[in-house]
Write a protein that binds this ligand. Structure first.
Ligand code: 13P
Length: 262
């Protein structure tokens, strides 16, 4: 049975590609990936590439996402970019990525404010959550997921929660981490269940079932299918493999097959 939940394949290019390289890469993907009816493909380039890519992209084919922004609308915040400054370029925004949390010490309060700012400005926030290796070893996976959801969503009303996408990215599985270890589909199964049950507790049972939940962490063309087979997974958030056209196109193909089977 086809689930009514929206499906996604999201490329997080992180701090890679100049604007010129982003433009060439976008063109390469555009030539190879036709517009999809059943999957939303989202590209998240670095902030400086958002404006030029927004002029180039066909939004029926790909949507753009911000990797980061500051939650206040304007003011004396040297070096920051507000969501109001980029909102016409993008439809989505990553919020709470583990690299923001742990490399740049973004707090859970900052994350909550960013989720709220994205919604206020008409963007869909993709709230990234996930436990570290230490939290996992200490048996705190469920507690971490609950805390990050509760705190990250505390400004979001019941009316607005349908505008949010959740991405489960266990920090220990992200390829940029030392000793990264790919998650097993069984790890994912448990986490996705915890996420849906906690969202149900916060917003009601139906909302827990209806919210889109994605997986990210060392996904490549060989492993994508196994993750997409996990019940309740509505797509993937891809780092390293999204920088290679062959890998990314192969993942999109796999997703198309898997979601059409459901
Ligand atoms: P990798 O796919 O490189 O592990 O990165 C995952 C990620 O952080 C996507 O946001």
């Amino acid at each position: 049975m086809t689930s009514p939940r929206k499906k996604y394949i999201i490329a997080n290019w992180k701090m890679n590609f100049t604007p010129g390289q982003s433009s060439i890469y976008l063109q390469r993907l555009a030539n190879r990936i036709p517009a999809q009816r059943s999957i939303q493909i989202v590209l998240a380039p670095t902030t400086v590439s958002l404006q030029p890519l927004s002029l180039q992209v066909d939004r029926r084919q790909f949507k753009l996402a911000a990797q980061n922004f500051y939650w206040r609308d304007y003011g004396a915040y040297t070096g920051e970019t507000s969501v109001t400054q980029i909102r016409t370029f993008v439809d989505y925004a990553l919020v709470g990525h583990s690299e923001r949390r742990y490399v740049f010490n973004e707090s859970e309060e900052d994350i909550a404010q960013k989720v709220a700012a994205a919604i206020r400005n008409g963007l869909t926030p993709i709230l990234c959550i996930g436990e570290t290796a230490v939290e996992r070893k200490d048996g705190e996976t469920a507690a971490t997921i609950y805390r990050q959801l509760t705190n990250g969503l505390h400004e979001v009303s019941k009316e607005d929660i349908s505008k949010v996408v959740i991405a489960y990215e266990p920090v220990w599985a992200i390829s940029s981490n030392k000793n990264a270890k790919p998650a097993k589909p069984a790890d994912l199964d448990e986490a996705v269940r915890l996420i849906r049950s906690h969202i149900s507790k916060l917003y009601g049972k139906q909302i827990g079932e209806d919210i889109s939940v994605l997986y990210g962490g060392s996904v490549n063309a060989d492993t994508a299918g196994g993750y997409l087979d996990v019940e309740g997974v509505d797509g993937l958030l891809i780092g390293g493999a999204s920088l290679i056209a062959d890998s990314f196109c192969a993942i999109v193909e796999t997703a198309k097959e898997k979601f059409n089977e459901r």
